[in-house]
Design a binder for this molecule. Structure first.
Ligand SMILES: Nc1ncnc2c1ncn2[C@@H]1O[C@H](COP(=O)(O)OP(=O)(O)OP(=O)(O)O)[C@@H](O)[C@H]1O
Ligand SMILES: [Mg+2]
Length: 418
């Protein structure tokens, strides 16, 4: 049995040295040993925010989440979104997740005073944004084990666990920023996360929101979140968020107002109680306004790298399905396409099909798509991730003082690009 005094001293030490991961993990482990899951989870959440890739933290987090208390409190973890917590003011039968909707509404009115949030008002100029159901699940995303594990731990597990949600509603408020080279599955992963949460998917790009009429862009941003709340549970996916949230130092007045509105909307989301989850994606995280990355906003980042072998196999398999192919060695294709993005792989399959088709037309005899077509396509289609990795390298070299791109640095080192 661990001495409570020892735990108190350790807690004080952690408070004095919040960045000492080893110390914090030691404390978390001792807390788990005396069944103080809640306290352990608080420390593990902090540790995870500090270094999401740390294996010791992940292992302890898994242990904490499967602990006896949390297990009994979470008899029906599916569906992930616990609809009961949205029930009208008050608490559900188990007394969980008390939601004071009155206070909540007034808080929202305070953050978005210009447009109001009360239900009755429906201006003719209001735009409705489409919310689609998402049928994609993480299991549909080929390979990419590491990023999937990471998303599970940093995003899905806390949301799945009602106890954790209640305890850390504040710290779970923020959204997740997926970043990486173009065409490597960020949008696909975001859809899969919506699928896992059983939530609708509302995808917004800068073009959907930016408006040539001064002031309309802010209104559009506001409408996006209003639509999402109306369709909760819902994932708001801010695609190409660097174009939507340009660093304000670089932005003109109108753009700045749009960024400010986005910040207000993010701050106005009260934990997950309104069932709106924010995901964003960008190829250029370094161009995103830093205010957007502060705690409670898009405060977690996940790197989505070019597809690894199993992912390439899944993507190639998908694009070859239904095409007339013969004698294709999928393993060889997978090995020959290191560094290719998902979009490059689609392009490769398309090119091989075109060669076979041209050939068939020339000879007047239809033939299957064969290995020679792929060899030819492989000579023409080059991986497109190179320029991105080069830009990323510069950022890691010159703008990683805060350590936010450590994961990227690790990848570049493994590939001997750094
Ligand atoms: N791991 C994977 N498993 C299966 N399909 C994948 C995988 N990764 C990507 N794809 C496929 O590759 C295509 C490109 O992915 P996606 O559009 O999600 O990339 P992106 O990172 O959002 O690109 P962009 O930066 O251009 O928006 C998608 O059609 C998706 O079906
Ligand atoms: Mg995309």
């Amino acid at each position: 049995m661990t001495d409570p005094d020892l735990l108190a001293s350790l807690a004080a030490a952690v408070q004095a040295r919040p960045d000492d991961l080893t110390l914090r993990l030691h404390l978390a482990e001792l807390l788990l040993a005396v069944d103080r899951q809640d306290d352990a989870l608080a420390h593990l959440s902090a540790a995870l925010a500090q270094d999401p890739a740390d294996e010791r933290t992940r292992a302890l987090m898994r242990r904490a989440l499967s602990g006896p208390e949390t297990a009994s409190d979470d008899p029906d973890a599916e569906p992930v979104w616990d609809g009961s917590s949205t029930a009208a003011a008050g608490s559900d039968s188990a007394g969980r997740d008390e939601v004071d909707w009155g206070a909540y509404e007034s808080e929202l009115r305070a953050v978005a005073p210009r447009f109001g949030t009360a239900g009755g008002h429906d201006d003719a100029a209001d735009r409705a944004f489409d919310v689609e159901p998402s049928a994609v699940r993480l299991a549909d995303v080929g390979g990419m084990v590491e990023v999937k594990q990471r998303l599970e731990l940093a995003f899905l597990a806390p949301l799945r666990n009602p106890k954790l949600r209640r305890l850390y509603s504040k710290s779970l408020r923020g959204g997740l920023l997926l970043y990486g080279p173009p065409g490597c599955g960020k949008t696909f992963l975001a859809k899969a996360l919506a699928g896992e949460l059983g939530a609708g998917f509302l995808s917004v790009s800068a073009a959907d929101v930016l408006d040539r009429w001064l002031g309309s862009s802010e209104r559009n941003v506001h409408e996006v979140f209003r639509s999402a709340r109306r369709h909760a549970p819902c994932v708001v996916f801010l695609d190409e968020v660097d174009a939507l949230a340009v660093r304000r130092s670089k932005a003109g007045g109108a753009m700045r107002a749009t960024v400010n509105q986005l910040l207000a909307e993010l701050d106005g989301l009260e934990s997950d109680n309104d069932g709106v989850f924010v995901l964003a994606a960008t190829n250029a995280p370094w161009d995103v306004d830093t205010a957007l990355r502060r705690p409670g906003r898009l405060d977690r980042m996940a790197l989505v790298l070019p597809p690894d072998e199993p992912a390439r196999e899944a993507i190639l398999g998908y694009h070859l399905r239904g095409r007339p192919i013969a004698d294709i060695d999928l393993g060889r294709l997978v090995a020959a396409t290191d560094g290719f993005s998902g979009a490059d792989l689609a392009h490769l399959c398309q090119s091989a099909a075109e060669y076979a088709m041209h050939d068939s037309l020339e000879r007047g005899v239809a033939r299957m798509i064969g290995p020679a077509d792929f060899d030819r396509a492989l000579r023409e289609v080059r991986p497109s991730t190179g320029p991105w990795l080069e830009a990323a390298r510069n950022t890691v070299l010159f703008a990683n003082s805060g350590g936010e791109y450590d994961e990227l640095a690790g990848y570049l080192k493994r590939r001997r690009l750094l």
